[in-house]
Design a binder for this molecule. Structure first.
Ligand SMILES: Nc1nc2c(c(=O)[nH]1)N[C@H]1C(S)=C(S)[C@@H](COP(=O)(O)OP(=O)(O)OC[C@H]3O[C@@H](n4cnc5c(=O)[nH]c(N)nc54)[C@H](O)[C@@H]3O)O[C@H]1N2
Ligand SMILES: Nc1nc2c(c(=O)[nH]1)N[C@H]1C(S)=C(S)[C@@H](COP(=O)(O)OP(=O)(O)OC[C@H]3O[C@@H](n4cnc5c(=O)[nH]c(N)nc54)[C@H](O)[C@@H]3O)O[C@H]1N2
Ligand code: SF4
Ligand SMILES: [Mo]
Length: 711
């Protein structure tokens, strides 16, 4: 009988969709659809996950454990049994822990799956019990999260449904159509009711093109813009004195600070004319309800944390939090107030040979860590839910580290990624359609349970199963290593949180998706309408002492010598049709991520024509692209979509050859979008003189760059 099963999209996306899986009589899935009954998914999926069955049934899926036979990076392996793989891995990890101390083992994972069990469950228990180094998972949202924690004390935001009631919506470094498409229908509804929609983004992307106004801000200057807007609001007395008096701390200092940021001054940093800043600030302050959707694009630059903090001050200044359809959303994840201690069992570190809390290693500095950290050095790396060889900054140093002969590397993967090519063992894992997990969301307030919709192919296992089996091999005897998925869910729900009251495994099993308890039924959830900030003072903290603006050192207004040598700012933002590097094996995605947008003026100055093969380089490395001459970027800014697989790129050089390991102002996040480069045409010597090379990658199905003489 054909049937339809329900699942949850596990990709790192704020929308966390409820997915329907149509299955034919032979048991094969034939279609994925958005669940029409789910209040956020509302019957549609993004284009990339609509096509996910291609990935599910792809002939390149990894199905068996493999052991390396070639050089590191070659990607040559032999098939081995699970017993052989697990025995050998357990033996090597034990030996390394004994010889160097358990902190010589480093887990490396991010949000390849957002599932709590497979993303921060049995894996964490395993590494805590071992006494392994702890990984500081900063690669994405650390700066913005630190900002929200400092100012609001909690990561809560306006619910997406309420955007329909807004009269003014600002997408601030948020490519909503590409990365958060389920918010879009509410924006459409709001606009139908007369709302204005503005976008603040250095790039004119699909979202910017559909806006009433697009402010092409200089990369990394958002802190200045937010202060400039505050300047106008306060100067013109458009603030909400009652809200500020009751619910904020440090307002007087903030007022003094903002006074220094006149629109004229801010215009020079941001590239937005003073009159535009004036108008935007006044309109924002005098329109209620007004909502800001700020996404993580803003915080990937040197002053990114402070930028988010200053932006979060705007709805406090105007009292926008009072209204349904007002306020701000960066993340909603703070409402999923689960019992992390029970899920992750950090206490097991005390039972490890280390007998204390292990050291913390910043994942945004993997290259540095593998080269320099020496107390003890990292001797084993266990990678899952991530592809650091492609996605981590300063790729030359990351790859040098992965190539180290004395580094024992295990990679749990669905596909043979760039990172898997460097593994000593590759272990095949299930997809979200094949395992049980529980999903929180960072763009809405529904908790969702997924049980397997499809059988696990070949010998694939979930992360949970693999770490459970490894724990047994290592002789870890604690009961928690026998926990079933259901046991784990019960323990993480056993939390002292009003948001989780009455949410049980049984309820999740019965309903699939459960709205958190956010207050009385039928009443809008207004997280900060009456204050209720979760800082120590219980008030919004302006933190003015941290908000003085200076341009990012790595920008056209920063280090002058650097900017002279590398005069273009590279923004390597997300690709609409993929998910970081996850779909990098798809030819269409490969072509989309092979392109560099460059403004006609910058192209002309360098004799670059549309379609030409170009090289972007800086002091750290280089990467080749097909040039697309376009006014969707401003002069001085170039844009490439992330993240192409290294192995599909010319000379196997990925975009993160160009990015640095410099960290953000707060939170220790990476600064992917503070990146200066120079771009030049690639010329080939031909019959005595140089000829520019036309790239053929863009529109064909096979990445022609693979065939290029430079590869
Ligand atoms: N289709 C798709 N969806 C995704 C992903 C994907 O790869 N593809 N990745 C997922 C992940 S991991 C994340 S973290 C989220 C991220 O979601 P977003 O934060 O929306 O994505 P980004 O592309 O990083 O940045 C958003 C926008 O910020 C702009 N931007 C860059 N620098 C600046 C700046 O200095 N100031 C301002 N104002 N804007 C700036 C970029 O041009 C981009 O249009 O998306 C998730 N969803
Ligand atoms: N230049 C540049 N670099 C960037 C960014 C950028 O914008 N520009 N964005 C950064 C950001 S925001 C992020 S979040 C990171 C993302 O970087 P990563 O966290 O590495 O994310 P992905 O590239 O999507 O790779 C996730 C991998 O997890 C695997 N996977 C999926 N499900 C499972 C599972 O259940 N088990 C196991 N073991 N594996 C699974 C997938 O097959 C995939 O290869 O990249 C960062 N790097
Ligand atoms: S990637 Fe995002 S929008 Fe696409 S199906 Fe998954 S959760 Fe939904
Ligand atoms: Mo991310």
């Amino acid at each position: 009988m054909p049937e339809t099963r329900t699942s949850v999209c596990a990709l790192d996306c704020p929308d966390t969709c409820s997915v329907l899986v149509d299955i034919d009589t032979s048991g094969r899935a034939v279609r994925l659809r958005g669940n029409p009954k789910h209040p956020i998914t509302r019957g549609f999926l993004c284009a990339k996950v609509t096509k996910y069955l291609d990935r599910e049934y792809h002939p390149d899926r990894l199905l068996y454990p493999q052991r390396r036979i070639g050089q590191k990076g070659d990607g040559r392996f032999e098939r081995v049994s699970w017993d052989t793989a697990l025995d050998e891995i357990a033996e090597r990890l034990s030996a390394i822990a004994t010889n160097y101390g358990p902190e010589a083992v480093l887990p490396y994972s991010y949000a390849g799956t957002m599932g709590l069990l497979n993303g921060s469950g049995m894996d964490r228990r395993f590494f805590h019990r071992l006494g392994a180094s702890r990984l500081d998972r900063t690669i994405c949202s650390a700066a913005g999260s630190a900002a929200l924690m400092a100012s609001q004390g909690v990561r809560l935001g306006a619910p997406p449904e309420q955007f329909a009631q807004s009269k003014l919506i600002i997408a601030w470094g948020a490519n909503i159509l590409g990365t958060n498409v389920h918010l879009w229908p509410w924006i459409v509804e709001a606009r139908r009711n007369g709302a204005k929609f503005y976008v603040i983004d250095p790039i004119r992307n699909r979202t910017g093109k559909l806006a009433d106004r697009h402010y092409a801000i200089n990369p990394g200057s958002d802190l200045a813009l937010a202060l400039g807007m505050a300047h106008v609001i306060l100067r013109d007395g458009l603030h909400d004195p009652l809200y500020l008096a009751h619910h904020s701390n440090g307002f007087e200092e903030f007022q003094c600070l903002a006074a220094e940021y006149s629109p004229e001054k801010v215009a020079r940093w941001t590239g937005i004319p003073a009159a535009g800043i004036e108008a935007l600030a006044r309109e924002y302050a005098t329109t209620q309800p007004a909502a800001i959707r700020v996404n993580y694009g803003v915080q990937r630059s040197e002053r990114g944390g402070s930028a988010v903090r200053a932006i979060s001050a705007l709805p406090v200044l105007t009292g926008a939090w009072r209204y349904a359809g007002g306020g701000m959303q960066l993340s909603t994840s703070g409402a999923f107030d689960i019992n992390r201690a029970a899920l992750e069992r950090a206490d097991l570190q005390l039972r490890s040979p280390l007998a204390r809390e292990a050291r913390l290693i910043n994942m945004a500095q993997l290259g540095y860590t593998l080269a320099e950290v020496n107390d003890p050095p990292v001797k084993a790396l266990v990678v899952y839910n991530s592809n650091p060889a492609a996605i981590a900054p300063h790729q030359t140093s990351v790859l040098a580290g992965l190539r180290r002969e004395d580094l024992f590397t295990v990679v749990l993967e669905q596909f043979q990624t760039d990172t898997a090519d460097y593994a000593d063992f590759v272990l095949p894992v299930t997809t979200f359609l094949e395992h049980t997990d529980l999903y929180l969301a960072y763009g809405h307030y529904y908790f969702q349970l997924a049980t397997p919709a499809l059988p696990a192919p070949g010998e694939t296992k979930s992360n949970v199963e693999i770490f459970r089996a490894l724990a047994r091999r290592m002789g870890f005897e604690e009961d928690c290593f026998n926990d079933t998925e259901e046991d784990m869910i019960r323990s993480l729900l056993d939390a002292d949180s009003p948001y989780l009251r009455n949410i049980t495994l049984e309820k999740l099993q019965a309903e699939g998706s459960v709205r958190l308890n956010l207050g009385p039924d039928g009443e809008p959830f207004l997280p900060f309408a009456q204050g209720g900030f979760k800082t120590a003072s219980g008030k919004f903290e302006f933190g003015s002492e941290t908000l003085k603006y200076t341009a990012p050192a790595e920008s056209r207004w920063g280090d002058a010598e650097l900017a002279r040598r590398y005069p273009l700012e590279l923004v390597s933002a997300k690709n609409d049709d993929s998910m970081n590097s996850t779909f990098g094996n798809r030819p269409d995605v490969d072509a989309q991520t092979a392109v560099l947008l460059i403004h006609p003026q910058d192209a002309a100055a360098r004799q670059i024509l549309d379609g030409m093969l170009v090289r972007a380089h800086n002091g750290r490395g280089k990467c080749y692209f097909e040039a697309r001459v376009s006014t969707n970027v401003q002069p001085g800014v170039v844009r490439a979509h992330s993240v192409r697989w290294n192995k599909s790129s010319i000379a196997k050089l990925g975009i993160n050859q160009l990015t640095s390991e410099r960290l953000t102002d707060i939170g220790g996040g990476p600064t992917f979008y503070s990146c200066l480069v120079e771009v030049l045409p690639v010329t080939e010597p031909q019959q005595g003189h140089s000829q520019p090379v036309m790239s053929r990658t863009g529109h064909s199905d096979t990445p022609a760059t693979n065939r290029h003489p430079l590869s």
